[in-house]
Design a protein. Structure first.
Length: 146
């Protein structure tokens, strides 16, 4: 009479083992998917970092209120939107595989010395500072990826 309870315990352990193994496999699959999604680098991250350099650096084009020593990130001072400022803030001498840029806002167009031809084009709405006023303008950014 002791055989049926032992047999039922063995069957219960086997069933529990299958269920537990399946749960562990499912859990590891879900975790792997989540970790992979977290580790994905956005497609245009490098380009965005270069563009942010132009928009947020007062040595490039970012508007700076000198009276209160404040830089307004993402706001372009139209007076600074010149070839000399681009050359000063985007130094590429001695560097390999850096993208070239051509920036166009209205009728003003400037480009880095390594820009040959456009391989990617981005259009951004940018807040600019012009004649003591802020206004929205569209900036076209052409990128020459090496």
């Amino acid at each position: 009479m002791e055989n049926p309870p032992v047999l039922s315990k063995v069957v219960a352990y086997i069933v529990f083992g299958f269920i537990f193994t399946g749960f562990c496999l499912l859990l590891s699959y879900i975790i792997t998917l989540e970790v992979t999604d977290i580790a994905d680098i956005p497609k245009d991250l490098e380009m965005d970092i270069f563009i942010q350099r132009f928009l947020n650096n007062p040595e490039c084009f970012a508007y700076e209120d000198r009276e209160i020593s404040r830089v307004y990130p993402g706001v372009i001072d139209l007076e600074k939107f010149k070839q000399e400022n681009l050359d000063k803030c985007y130094k590429i001498e001695g560097m390999q595989y850096v993208p070239g840029f051509k920036l166009k806002m209205g009728d003003k167009e400037i480009k880095s010395s390594n820009f040959e031809f456009s391989k990617q084009k981005i259009s951004k709405d940018i807040l600019i500072f012009k004649d003591n006023n802020f206004e929205m303008k569209k900036m076209e950014i052409e990128i020459d990826i090496k």
